[in-house]
Design a protein around this ligand. Structure first.
Ligand code: F6P
Length: 364
């Protein structure tokens, strides 16, 4: 029997379970593969005792429409930066990658599939360089990986953000207010831009285009030209004004890998007030509601395709690569290439032109 280990790393994402199920189903057709899942990314392998579960067809039955990941995840630490508590109570990180590779050998693991975003795929690449037979599957609601047309979870997040715009429109219209909806996306404005177009927002501010507060104010004032009006602004969590900085909170979680963005909606309201905008404004921060819950059908289908392709790459010893969707095909891209640059919104993107054509102000 050959052994495959699956890990899910980084923030959770609708569709992760559908990928796990697809890998397990495809592997079971071979008859000579046992699939295991490491609990909480690679922590399950690194912990003493290890926490690894057997994933068979029975275990994955019906999980394709469940949100989250049945094998848990984390965006802290990892084999290259394992948190260790010093005697004085402070924390430091140590490289446990060699230790982990040894443990995987001891566990008779023949191949690893690591499902995760840019941070997790950097870990995959470093483990591959150390000799591990590993394959990456891209995962992110942010859609910020340039080597794949899209990632599962993204459209679900866009759907949730759009439904939120729809809901805010009715309360905004009833009260003649401006509602500022803050959405996720980290350094990429894809969720905001798609939700603004789908939901019919008046203003959309994204990290790639630092905004001029007066331009945003002008666009809103136009809506209130005859005294009464309402508007919805979709702002990406990483958006910031020209010459300004992203809003983020200090994060005390040990080994947390990212900046914890959040708070731009409130800041934007303050900036609009300072700029002289006088109408009522309220903010809604959508947060993790965009990540939880069931994946939409499109993402389940995408997840199934990523999963089956990932296992077939294992069969072909196509290691050191990540599955990428390049319409209409699923291909294998070297991990190094896959993580080389992020997928960010550019001014010449057709969706930007569409947004502008609809009269959505991007604050530029
Ligand atoms: O990368 C996915 C994402 O949801 C980002 O959009 C967001 O900035 C971040 O993760 C939030 O991370 P956490 O779950 O650690 O708060």
């Amino acid at each position: 029997m050959k052994r495959l280990l699956i890990a899910t790393g980084g923030g959770d994402c609708p569709g992760l379970n559908a990928v796990i199920r697809a890998i397990v189903h495809r592997a079971s057709q071979e008859g000579d593969w046992e699939v295991l899942g490491s609990i909480q990314a690679f922590n399950g392998v690194l912990w003493e005792p290890t926490e690894v579960v057997v994933l068979d067809n029975k275990k994955v039955a019906g999980i394709h429409f469940q949100g989250g990941t049945i094998i848990e995840t984390t965006n802290k630490g990892g084999p290259f930066s394992w948190p260790v508590k010093n005697k004085d109570g402070s924390w430091t990180t140590v490289d446990r990658s060699d230790d982990m590779i040894q443990k995987l050998q001891y566990m008779n693991i023949d191949a690893v599939i690591n499902i995760g975003g840019d941070g997790s795929q950097l870990i995959s690449q470093k483990l591959f360089e150390k000799g591990l037979d590993i394959i990456g599957v891209p995962k992110t609601i942010d859609n910020d990986l340039s080597s794949t047309d899209t990632t599962f979870g993204f459209q679900t997040a866009v759907q949730i953000a759009t439904e939120s715009v729809d809901k805010l429109v009715t309360t905004a219209a009833s009260h003649n207010r401006v509602f500022v909806l803050e959405v996720m996306g980290r350094y990429a404005g894809w969720i905001a831009l798609n939700a603004a177009v789908a939901g019919g927002a008046e203003v959309c501010l994204i990290p790639e285009f630092p905004y001029d507060i007066n331009k945003a104010k002008e666009a809103l004032e136009k809506r209130f030209h005859y005294d009464r009006g309402f508007a919805v602004v979709v702002v990406s969590e990483g958006a910031h004004r020209q010459g300004g900085e992203m809003v983020y909170q200090e994060n005390k979680e040990v080994g947390y890998r990212n900046k914890r963005l959040g708070g731009i909606a409130r800041q934007l309201i303050n900036e609009l007030q300072e700029a002289g905008f006088e109408h009522d404004m309220r903010e809604t921060v959508l947060g993790h509601l965009q990540r939880g819950g069931i994946p939409i059908a499109y993402d389940r289908v995408l997840s199934a395709q990523f999963g089956v392709k990932a296992f077939e790459m294992v069969l072909h010893n196509d290691f050191g690569k990540m599955v990428a969707y390049r319409h209409p095909n699923f291909i294998a891209v070297p991990l190094k290439e896959a993580i080389a640059k992020p997928n960010l919104v550019t001014e010449d993107n057709s969706l930007v032109k569409t947004a502008q054509g609809l009269g959505i102000s991007l604050g530029i």
